[in-house]
Design a protein around this ligand. Sequence first.
Ligand code: ATP
Ligand code: MG
Length: 285
Amino acid sequence: MGSTGLFQWAPNVAIVPKTHTAPTVAIPPTERSAMRIYACANLKGGVGKTTTAVHLAAALARLNRRVLAIDIDQQADFTTWVGPEEEARLTIVDVMRRPSDGELLRRAIAKSRIAGVDLIPGSPSMIEVEAELGRTPAPSTALARALRHVDDYDDVIIDCPPGMGFIVWNALAVATDVITPIDGILALAKITSVQETIAELERAGVITKAPILRTLQTKIDARVALAREISALLKEFAGTTPLHTGIRLNARMAEAPGQQQTLFDYSPGATAVADYAAVAEELVS
Ligand SMILES: Nc1ncnc2c1ncn2[C@@H]1O[C@H](COP(=O)(O)OP(=O)(O)OP(=O)(O)O)[C@@H](O)[C@H]1O
Ligand SMILES: [Mg+2]
């Protein structure tokens, strides 16, 4: 337990949304491929999921990994930030509506603005997909079924929306690793909701092996004692594998989307660049 006692109340907070219950029909276990599939997910918004997805994709590509990013957030922030120049004709919405169509999936893959990173773009219409999934017998498996048509990447990075709806369930069901960014106490308190959702997917038979839940401390201000306390709490958080590297707060981060660049290109000397590069090294080592 941490020295501040801050963590003591966290597990008691009602943080697991009950809007979704386990699917009532049996679902065949999701097959996993040799690819590493990283889902950037946290119930809490604004913690650095998209920032992490964008910079991890860039960092892994710089290690000569073949990287596919998938933007499943209806906000489509990843796509706005570093998506293709022309508006995409096909997006993740089409892919999730027709997960058995491998040809469609291949056509949906575009070049992102990050060197060496392909992207299945996001779309505001994902809000409709969330509702549509709820009416299908296997609402958590569409993405896994679609990704069976993908085998020419080393790493897939999925940028999730905040919340724990069916869209996120789909990402957790196919992920080998879940990266949960933590930018403060409130984000920390929501790790349990990710764990609960993974447990629910196991109970429902959607997955046979739980993904590794990796916490990543973000927006670290080394001058603030709380940052060190959160780091200590993450090291102790049961059932998680904390990434050793955290991401330092960097004022230039807010400018990068306006340039449609990652910090690797926009501000290569930024501390966050070194941090994300170190996270990528940690993940592939
Ligand atoms: N290391 C950092 N230094 C400074 N600002 C950061 C850092 N990481 C993220 N931010 C800022 O935090 C804000 C939220 O980041 P981001 O959009 O990545 O979060 P998110 O979890 O994807 O949000 P959402 O839940 O809306 O999808 C942005 O303004 C971003 O610039
Ligand atoms: Mg986001």
